[in-house]
Design a protein around this ligand. Structure first.
Ligand code: 2U9
Length: 383
C-alpha cells in the first residue's frame, strides 16, 4: 500500500516537473493574466462610457443657449469628442466583446443625442418666448411722427432760378471747381498782373491750377466746345480768399448766364434779367442798370432791384436808395469771344453773374450770411 502511494505521488511529480507540465502551468497563468486584463479593459471602457453619459447629462442641464449647446455637441459627439475617443478603442476588442461594447456605446450616443435635441427644442422655445416678450408691439399706441427734412434755402432759390431759365430755353452747364488759371482768368480778359485779380484772390493748387473764383470758367468751356446760338446758365460753388463775416465767405454760390448769337443786344440782357426778377420777386418788381466796369464785359452794368421794403421810395433796408444792388452784367467782351474761337464781327452776347447767397438773404430777410453755412437745425427748419 505504502509502495503504491509513493508510486502515484512520484508519477504526479513526474508530470508536474516534466517540461510539458511546466508549460501548461505557465500558459494557464499567462492566459489567466490576459483574461483579467481584458476584463479590466472592458470594465474601464464601460466605466468611461457611463462617465461620459453622466458628464453630458450634468453639463446639459447648465446649458442656456444654442452656442453653448453646439459646443457641448462638439465636445461629446464631435470627431475629436469624448465618445469618438472611446469608439476608437473598440479595435482592441475581440469579435465577441465588440457587439456588447458597441451596444453600450450606441446607447450612450443615443442618450446624448436625444438629450441635445430636447435641449435644442427647449432653447428654441425660450428664445421665441424672449423675442415675443421684447418685441411686443402695442398697436394701440399713437404713431411716432417722422420729422421730414426740407431743402436748404440756397437749394430752394437755386432750383427756382434754374426753372425760370429752363423756361426761357436756357441749358444748365456744369464744370470743374478746380480750374486752370487760363479758364478762370486769362480767357476772361484778366491776364497775369491785371489789378482786378486782386479782388478775386483764391486758393492755389499750383501756380497754374486754382479753385475757381467764378463760374465764368464753365462758359469759356461751353464756348470752346459749342457753336452759337448759346444759351446757358452755370450754377455752382466758387471760392475766394476772403475772411468770414456777415456778408463774406471763402465759399459761396454763383449763378452766371451767357447768351451768344447773332444780333444780341443790351435790350436782350435787360429783358432777360427783368423777367428773372419779376418771376423771383413778383410782377411789380423793377430793375435798374448802372454803368460799371468788368474786364470780361463791355459795356458793363451793375443791376439793382427795387426795394420791397419801400417799393422804390427809400427806407432803412435800402439805405434810402429805393433800389438794392443784386448782380453784375454786360455784353461779352469781343476779346473773350475771339479767345474762344467765336467771330465777334458776326456774333455778340450778353452775360450776367449773381451771388446766390445775396439773393437768398434778400428773399428771406437774412442779415448774416454765416447762418447759411452753419447748418443750425433751428435756422434751417424754418424753410
Ligand atoms: C463769360 C463772359 C462774361 C459774367 C459776369 C458779373 C458780371 C458779375 C458778380 C456777381 C456777384 C460776381 O458773385 S459775384 O461777386 N458777377 O458782376 N459776372 S458779368 O460775365 C461773363 C461770364 C462768362 C464767358
Amino acid at each position: 500500500m505504502a509502495l503504491g502511494k509513493w508510486v502515484v505521488t512520484s508519477k504526479l511529480c513526474l508530470v508536474l516537473f516534466s517540461g510539458q507540465g511546466f508549460f501548461y502551468a505557465v500558459s494557464w497563468r499567462i492566459k489567466n493574466y490576459i483574461r483579467q486584463r481584458r476584463e479590466r479593459m472592458i470594465d474601464d471602457m464601460k466605466e468611461q462610457l457611463e462617465a461620459i453619459r453622466a458628464e453630458a447629462d450634468a453639463e446639459l442641464s447648465a446649458v442656456k443657449d444654442a452656442k453653448a449647446l453646439d459646443a457641448l455637441r462638439v465636445k461629446f459627439l464631435g470627431k475629436k469628442g469624448a465618445l469618438t475617443a472611446i469608439l476608437k478603442q473598440m479595435g482592441k476588442l475581440t469579435a465577441e466583446e465588440r457587439p456588447v461594447m458597441g451596444q453600450l456605446a450606441n446607447e450612450v450616443r443615443t442618450f446624448i443625442e436625444e438629450a441635445i435635441a430636447a435641449k435644442q427644442t427647449e432653447i428654441t422655445r425660450l428664445e421665441m418666448q424672449a423675442r415675443l416678450a421684447s418685441e411686443t408691439i402695442d398697436v394701440t399706441l399713437p404713431g411716432q411722427k417722422q420729422s421730414l427734412g426740407s431743402l436748404h434755402p440756397l437749394a430752394i432759390v437755386e432750383n427756382e432760378i434754374k426753372e425760370i431759365f429752363l423756361g426761357m430755353g436756357f441749358e444748365i452747364a456744369d464744370g470743374p471747381e478746380v480750374e486752370y488759371d487760363y479758364y478762370n482768368f486769362e480767357a476772361l480778359n484778366l491776364p497775369p498782373d491785371h489789378p482786378a485779380r486782386d479782388t478775386q484772390d483764391t486758393f492755389y493748387i499750383t501756380d497754374n491750377i486754382l479753385l475757381r473764383t467764378q463760374t465764368s470758367s464753365v462758359q469759356v468751356h461751353v464756348m470752346e466746345n459749342q457753336k452759337p446760338p448759346i444759351r446757358v446758365i452755370s450754377p455752382g460753388r466758387v471760392f475766394r480768399s476772403d475772411a468770414v463775416d456777415a456778408t463774406h465767405s471763402p465759399l459761396f454760390h454763383q449763378i452766371e448766364g451767357l447768351v451768344v448769337d447773332k444780333g444780341i443786344t443790351m435790350a436782350d440782357l435787360k429783358g432777360t434779367l427783368e423777367m428773372l426778377m419779376k418771376r423771383l420777386y413778383g410782377p411789380d418788381c423793377k430793375i435798374r442798370l448802372r454803368p460799371h466796369h468788368f474786364p470780361f464785359t463791355e459795356p458793363s452794368a451793375e443791376v439793382d432791384v427795387m426795394c420791397f421794403g419801400c417799393m422804390g421810395k427809400g427806407c432803412r433796408i435800402c439805405k434810402n436808395e429805393g433800389y438794392i444792388e443784386l448782380l453784375g452784367a454786360g455784353m461779352v467782351h469781343p476779346k473773350v469771344l475771339e479767345g474762344c474761337g467765336i467771330d465777334s464781327s458776326v456774333y455778340s452776347g450778353f452775360a450776367f453773374g449773381l451771388g446766390l447767397e445775396r439773393v437768398v438773404m434778400r428773399r428771406y430777410n437774412i442779415s448774416d450770411m454765416r447762418l447759411l453755412f452753419e447748418n443750425d437745425y433751428r435756422f434751417l427748419e424754418q424753410f
